[in-house]
Design a protein. Sequence first.
Length: 323
Amino acid sequence: MTIRLLTLGIAACLALTGCDLLFGTGEDPLGLGDDDDNGSSSRFAALDATCDSLALAGDGDPAATDEQLEMAERLNCYRQVAGITEAELHPILSQAAQSHADYAAANDEFSHGESNTEHEHYTGNTARDRIIAAGWPYDSFVETVAEVMTRQQGGASPTRAVDKWMESVYHRAPLMIPELTAIGAGAAGTFDVMNTVSPWAAAEARFARYPAAGQEDVTTAWDSDWEIPDPAPDQGDIGLPVTLSTISGPAGGGLIVESTSLTGPDGAVPFRQLDPANDGLLMRTVALVPTEVYAAGATYDVHITGTLDGVAFDEAWSFTTAD
C-alpha cells in the first residue's frame, strides 16, 4: 500500500468569516517509489492495543457504515489518548463525506473539488458546498470546515488513513481541535474522506497535545518526505512532530507563541518550528518538527509558552518513545 500526504489547498481566512482547510493524502505523485506504509502494522501495534482497550463514546449515527464507524472510532481513540473530547459522528457530515468519496472513486479523481457537475454523486465543488447541500446549517461567523482525504493503492483503509493523518503536521491539525462540533466519514474504492466542523471559539481555552502527556511507545521516526508541503525540507526520516492545538476566535488575537523547547536524553533536540506567525496553514496549531529521529525508549520533554487571545499560557508535558 503506497500513500503520500499532500496538502492540496487552503481558502482565504478573513476576520469573522469561516475557512475551508483542504488536506489530502494520496499515492506517490512524484514517483519516488518509496512505500511509507511498510511496517505500518508494527509501527501502530502499541496504539492498536490502546484503542482496543478503550471504551469509546457512542458514534452519534445509528445508520453509519462499518467504515464510517471505524474511522470515527480511530480518531476518537487518538482524541481520548490526548485527553480531549471525543468527536461525534454526524449523519449529515457523513453524507457529505461519503458522497465525495463515491464521486472520487467513480471518477478516479483525487481532489477536493468536483469537476463533473452532471455526475450522480456530485453535491458541490467544495467541502463547505457539500455539507450545506447535505443539510448542515453552516454559519461562517461561528464555525469553520475542514476536509482531509486519502488515496491508498491497496483500497480504502479508515484506520490507517487516520493513523497517517495523525503522524503528520498539516493533516493532524484540524483533527486535534479540542472541541470539534462534529465529524463525518466516508470511504469508497481507494479513497477515505473525513469532514470536520469546529467552532471558532470556546468558553475557555483548551489545548490538545500530541504526542500526548505521558504517552508511551511513541514511534521514533516518521518520513517527512511523504507530506506536501514537506514540514522538514531536505530531510527524510525524522522524529514524530509534536503539536499543540487549540481553539481561538479570529477576532481575539489568536495563538501567539513566545517560547518553545524539546529536550531528550542527550539535551536539546533540534527542530523546525511552525506556527501561525510563519505558516498560514496552521491557524490554531504550533508544531515542533524534529530534524532527527528520536532515541528508542527515551523520554522527551516539551515546553511551549505564549498567549491565546491575549491570555498567557504555559504548556509542559513529556512522552516516551518505543523500545
